[in-house]
Design a protein around this ligand. Structure first.
Ligand code: KIV
Ligand code: ZN
Length: 528
């Protein structure tokens, strides 16, 4: 390891075109697949637009056969995306591949990504197929996909638990049938960096037509090794990394896009590869994905966690005041965190508010801007100092609320030592204003009892969590609520200086999400 980190002005070692790493983002597919992270149609379009602007090379927009909703979002993202390739996932069955081909048909650049398991454990217990049968499936399905689009990716599911000689035969068959990208996933997050590097090296050396395809890494984080394994894959010759914003994904998640990108950027001295990502948009992408999925970002998460650039101990603060490179290997600005976090107050006008939103990466239409400004003024009346994080929480909430059927009109709560606590709530439900009063075992319980009385539902409260967005007793409280109904879970977040208002808002947002989910399932059932 080099003892000295290069000064930011020093130019990194030159890299050639063959060292350009393709960033394949699967937030909308593998990421969305994880429990509680489902997104609405509009939310998916918003995330895809941001990924495209940020410089992601390939957006895996979904799994078109999975549902009508998935098909439609992949098709719409394909139509709208300006720069990136748009991929649709397909199992190794003809109907899946046809559906994926149909979904990406209108993309400027479309890709079908088809996969089949190759490991003995999957072949024996899940697929009940022989190795020879799987080889035939690979040839048939990749050929079918290639007849629909030029750009075909083939994945060997559970590649890291597949014997290398059999894996090499599969890869050879896929390339021969026309696959242009070969992805070798660590599906169960089992590999070590050394093993993963060796797997790619072996494939590139052993497979006769290996130079005809780009090799790709796809790592799950079950042992916390997803990013390390992805980087090791590059050393083995892979040039595509599959990853997700905030590392969301099946079980422990996928390699985090922001960590991969910054590792390549900060350690160019030992990892001489480039990406096309505008790193200054990483924080914004992280916040958007967290807001639409309601998946909180762990405080100490690398690159995008709220503590990632916070220096608490005296020794560290002393060092930082003398020279920022004493304890910072990258600047907060390089990943889009603005240095001055203290911003606006109740005297700030609309123009300043609009400028601030722009600096934070939000471009709102006139109506949304007006609504956000009204809420900002309301917040400024109640809270002396408003931080960037407060504004972001407020705007994210505004965006999430745009399509809601249930809206909170007002809430008042009587709390204190002399119970029972009592809440009075007014909601707008499908345009009708309804009022209810309820008691509870504490003010939060009373608040939630009002909602239960006003909107009949069978969902159970699975999680209730509160934390402060910023510091001080007037800080905004951020509340996360998870509701579960018929085995489906949705999570929602809301922020407000009043913890009870934030609690009500989070519960209502989760209910709205559940309703949208139910509606889209009903539409799918009706469509057969
Ligand atoms: O983890 C995995 O193997 C996958 C494939 C579908 C590529 O997500
Ligand atoms: Zn995966």
């Amino acid at each position: 390891m080099s003892s000295q980190q290069p000064a930011p002005s020093e130019s990194p070692a030159p890299v050639s075109e063959k060292d350009r790493v393709v960033i394949f983002d699967t937030t909308l597919r593998d990421g969305e697949q994880c429990p509680g992270a489902s997104m609405t149609f509009e939310e998916k379009l918003e995330v895809a637009e941001l990924l495209d602007t940020m410089g992601v090379d390939i957006i895996e927009a979904g799994f078109p056969i999975a549902s009508v909703g998935d098909f439609e979002s992949v098709a719409e993202i394909a139509r709208r995306t300006k720069r990136a390739v748009v991929a649709g996932l397909a199992r190794a069955v003809p109907i899946d591949i046809a559906r994926a081909g149909e979904a990406v048909r209108h993309a400027r650049r479309g890709r079908i990504h088809t996969f089949v398991s190759t490991s003995p454990i999957h072949l024996e217990h899940q697929m009940r197929k022989s190795q020879e049968e799987v080889l035939e499936i690979i040839t048939a399905t990749v050929t079918q996909a290639r007849n629909l689009v030029e750009d075909v990716e083939w994945s060997a599911m559970d590649a890291t638990r597949t014997p290398l000689d059999y894996l090499a035969r599969c890869v050879e068959a896929a390339i021969k049938a026309g696959a242009t990208t070969i992805n070798l996933p660590d599906t169960v997050g089992y590999a070590t960096p050394d093993e993963y590097r060796t797997m790619f090296r072996t494939m590139r050396e052993k497979v006769p037509n290996a130079d005809k395809a780009v090799f790709s890494v796809h790592c799950h984080n079950d042992l916390g090794l997803a990013v390390a394994n992805s980087l090791a894959g590059l050393e083995g010759g892979a040039r595509q990394i599959e990853c997700t914003v905030n590392g969301i994904g099946e079980r422990a998640g996928n390699a985090a896009l922001e960590e991969v990108v910054m590792a390549l950027s900060v350690r160019r001295d030992v990892l001489p590869y480039t990406t096309g990502i505008d790193a200054s948009m990483l924080t914004r992408a992280s916040r958007l994905v967290s807001a639409v999925t309601s998946f909180p970002v762990q405080y100490n998460k690398a690159i995008v966690g709220r503590n990632a650039f916070a220096h608490e101990s005296g020794i560290h603060q002393d060092g930082m005041l003398k020279h920022n490179q004493t304890y910072e290997i990258m600047t907060p600005e390089s990943v889009g965190v603005s240095k001055t976090s203290l911003v606006m107050g109740k005297h700030s006008g609309r123009a300043a508010f609009r400028d601030k939103l722009k600096a934070l990466g939000y471009e709102l239409g006139e109506n949304a801007l007006n609504d956000a400004f009204t809420r900002f003024k309301d917040l400024a009346d109640r809270k002396k100092v408003i931080y960037d994080e407060d504004i972001e929480a407020l705007v994210d909430q505004e965006i999430a609320a745009a399509h809601d059927r249930i809206k909170l009109v007002s809430l008042s709560v009587i709390a204190g030592t002399r119970g029972p606590q009592r809440a009075t709530m007014r909601l707008e439900v499908d345009g009708r204003t309804l009022t209810e009063e309820a008691e509870g075992n504490g003010p939060v319980d009373a608040t939630f009892n009002c909602i239960k009385a006003l909107v009949a539902h069978t969902a159970k409260l699975d999680l209730y969590q509160v934390h402060a967005v910023t510091e001080g007793t007037d800080a905004q409280a951020e509340v996360s609520v998870r509701l579960e109904e018929d085995g489906k879970a949705v999570t929602a977040k809301a922020a407000d200086p009043d913890t009870l208002v934030a609690s009500a808002q989070a519960y209502i947002t989760a209910l709205n999400k559940l309703m949208r989910k139910r509606q889209s399932l009903n539409a799918q059932a009706a469509a057969g």
